[in-house]
Design a binder for this molecule. Sequence first.
Ligand SMILES: Cc1cc2nc3c(=O)[nH]c(=O)nc-3n(C[C@H](O)[C@H](O)[C@H](O)COP(=O)(O)O)c2cc1C
Length: 355
Amino acid sequence: MSVLFSSLTIRSIQLKNRIVVSPMCQYSSEDGFATDWHLVHLGSRAVGGAGLIITEAAAVSPEGRISPNDLGIWKDEHIDGLKRITQFIRQQGSVAGIQLAHAGRKASTQRPWDGGKVIAPTEATGWQTLAPSAIPFSEGGPEPLALTDEGLEKVRADFVLATQRSLEAGFQVIEIHAAHGYLLHQFLSPLSNHRTDMYGGSFDNRIRLLLEVVERVQGVWPSTLPLFVRISATDWTEGGWTIDDSVRLAGILNEKGVDVIDCSTGGNVAARIPLSPGYQVPFSEQIKQQTGIKTAAVGLITGAEQAESILANGQADLILLAREFLRDPYFPLHAAHELGEEQAWPVQYERAKPR
Ligand SMILES: Cc1cc2nc3c(=O)[nH]c(=O)nc-3n(C[C@H](O)[C@H](O)[C@H](O)COP(=O)(O)O)c2cc1C
């Protein structure tokens, strides 16, 4: 029996295998609403046999969106559309997770196929971005506003409300997005956080907002359901956030009851990233080995044997795939065949199952 197709129980939730759809922005919402696109996109991957499906970054507030077309969960009206998706995912024997996010200084941009450019707050479709410090993401870009105490409380409260709505919508896993240079990562990294108050300077100060968000989310998220945090394990830049910082943070999150650290990298500043198959796996391995917390590996994982060996070598507990799932929504069904595993196909598709 492969590890990839062994089940994993986290709190009260049993995942039927270790294959997870990594969060992927679809930029297909208006005013944050989930659409038919989301149902079909996420639903197809549930039909394809993924154990867990995590939605794209869902913005906890309108100003926390990367683009005007991001998925959102900042108002109760968003719940119904999301509920339809979680129900379908569950009917396929998969588990629905949601990534809760605030883009901070990387907000207010066009979606990629519209050019991906920054939208200035003075433009009709743009807005004023927020950040730990008034340092733009790219040189010459619009300056974000440094969050005030009141602004910080709004961020925490928005995560709480988003968590409550996620529960109501039927999600069984929450992932807090603290990676890729978005707001919580901006606080972690000395490259983007130049604050002189209790949220900047020392390591303890820079991780404070993330810990507060985690605690506040846990206050309303049932202890029977898993909580993941996605981090960028390194900024790949001198003077930035490091893997040693990540290990330290993961140890603290482990003690606080976070279940899984989803180990990505980069995104906070322009950096040269040495891309190769499974290039982020060593970070997952180090965090797992040194803290004992469960980890998820992600990044250029594209094959069944590759995924299996990462798990079998004790480098991660879960495998997240993003682009491979865009190429092949049925990746788990194909991987099971390749590894000689018995995985149920949807009854509607059984006549096509390789024997
Ligand atoms: C279209 C697309 C959208 C993405 N959107 C998100 C997102 O919303 N949240 C996130 O944490 N990562 C996002 N990512 C990053 C992926 O989750 C993943 O970490 C990255 O693509 C590396 O995995 P891969 O090599 O399997 O694609 C996105 C990636 C792609 C390709």
